[in-house]
Design a binder for this molecule. Structure first.
Ligand SMILES: [Zn+2]
Length: 380
């Protein structure tokens, strides 16, 4: 086979793995290949059984005719794993290369345990999901993994030991590749939340997106021109540590008056006098004035900081996720008002601010999306 043809073939497979089902015209456009080249490659790959056609039920043909056809990788072309390590949980999801999520599981995690304990939990969950799907581990073709803090570089990666002390001096990509015998990539959980919402949730179809995780901590993830953006050293999107009040309280990062200090979980608990964020969110949704005010103040601080982010990056959509976003308009109303007062007219024009659609699954589904970008399909 000519090298040009091999390159085209890899591009078709990689494009379908990354984007999921596509029409042949979309496939040609996203793979940057001529339509005639794509039809030849599609015919070959369909003949091998790697690629299949399916009816696009979202767009029935004109006057109720035959629905349009989409191309997708065969569901037996391999599976990928997404792993989300939180401060107190690990969540694992298994998906096929046709972008179907087959199963999800989670377990509690001790923050201070050794990396080997954390990896064993993830492996146990993965083994259960694979067994339930009747899928041998040899069909695993990619692993994506998120950590609750900055992750340096996706090639080898290093996790901030201030957040997970058991991962000090551990190279997570190497360890994951050894554990699962498949290519792996790692990222910060907010970056994966952005990728999850962009692939399956509230940011689908957007080119520039900022996803904000508003929970105990506050972080943001960016997808720019359809690609996750981690910055030079993996800390892009750390909006929680933008200082809004230089005379304010000291933050865990060492600076004063950070957004996280003013708007994060501990501030909400202190203002509301409640003990858990879940409790505050439920009471706020029921109209409890103290809880509405406590979350509303977080919304105002978030809006102010996000105005700065929008002026710099001009995203098309802001997706607000994390536990506080479950308060809906109690958070988003004050956030939108403060944002409108902080953003330039041109950066605010056409800007949407929406709640995330994936809830607590955003990060693990982003890890699945990251794995799909690495996956090389197998012959079914
Ligand atoms: Zn800080």
């Amino acid at each position: 086979m000519s090298s040009q043809r091999l390159d085209g073939r890899a591009r078709v497979l990689g494009t379908l793995s990354r984007w999921g089902p596509l029409s042949q015209a979309e496939l040609a456009r996203r793979a940057a290949l001529a339509p005639s080249t794509v039809s030849g490659l599609v015919a070959d790959l369909a003949g091998e059984g790697v690629l299949v056609e399916l009816a696009d039920r979202s767009s029935p043909g004109a006057r109720g005719g035959r629905p349009a056809t989409l191309l997708t990788l065969h569901r037996d072309a391999g599976v990928v794993l997404g792993i989300d390590f939180g401060k107190a949980h690990v969540r694992v999801a298994l998906a096929d290369l046709a972008h179907r999520v087959i199963g999800e599981r989670d377990l509690p995690l001790e923050t201070d345990a050794a990396a080997s304990v954390h990896l064993q939990r993830a492996r146990d969950l993965a083994a259960e999901l694979l067994a339930e799907a009747g899928m041998p581990p040899s069909r695993l073709v990619g692993v994506g993994c998120g950590f609750p803090g900055p992750v340096q570089g996706t090639d080898g990666g290093a996790v901030d030991p201030a957040i997970l002390p058991g991962w000090r001096d551990v190279r997570p990509v190497e360890r994951l590749e050894a554990e699962f015998a498949a290519p792996a990539a790692v990222a910060n959980d907010a970056n994966l939340g952005a990728l999850g919402e962009w692939t399956w949730g509230a940011a689908r179809g957007c080119s520039e997106v900022a996803y904000v995780k508003a929970a105990t901590g506050i972080g943001a993830g960016l997808v720019l021109r359809g690609e996750p953006f981690g910055g030079y050293a993996g800390t892009a999107g750390e909006i929680g540590h933008v200082s809004l009040d230089p005379a304010g309280e000291r933050c865990r990062c060492g600076n004063r008056g950070c957004l996280e200090v003013l708007a994060g979980g501990p501030a909400v608990l202190a203002r509301s006098g409640r003990t858990t964020l879940h409790e505050v969110v439920v009471a706020a949704r029921d109209g409890d004035p103290g809880c509405v005010a406590a979350i509303g103040e977080s919304g105002r601080w978030l809006g102010l900081a996000l105005g700065g982010l929008c002026n710099v990056l001009n995203p098309q959509r802001l997706v607000i996720g994390g536990e506080l976003a479950a308060a809906g308009d109690v958070l988003l109303g004050p956030l939108r008002t403060a944002l409108a007062g902080a953003v330039l007219g041109s950066a605010g024009a056409g800007l949407d601010v929406v709640a995330g659609e994936l809830g607590e699954r955003a990060e693990v589904l982003g890890a699945v999306a990251q794995a799909l970008r690495l996956a090389r399909p197998l012959r079914p």
